[in-house]
Design a protein around this ligand. Structure first.
Ligand SMILES: [Zn+2]
Length: 79
């Protein structure tokens, strides 16, 4: 799977990347929804570069742990 195929697994919309919000509004994908107590829902969004970086980390971690790597879930824990 190449980068474009991997990125196509996500839905993209303008937003702020959680890793560098100061960069302003860029194309982002929802990677996680967190529910802080008493604070409703919060979306964690990441830009293309950061999604690819997160996928790379997951892939390496899966290989080390002997788990199957399934792309398209950048913000989720392995397992
Ligand atoms: Zn980013």
């Amino acid at each position: 799977m190449n980068d474009e195929e991997l990125l196509a697994l996500y839905e993209w919309a303008p937003g702020k990347c959680f890793r560098h919000p100061a960069a302003g509004t860029v194309g982002t994908a929802l990677v996680k929804t967190i529910r802080p107590r008493l604070d409703g829902e919060k979306e964690v969004r990441a830009c293309r570069r950061c999604v690819l970086a997160m996928e790379g980390i997951r892939r390496e971690a899966a290989e080390r742990a002997g788990l199957d790597y399934e792309p398209g879930h950048a913000g989720e824990a392995l397992g």
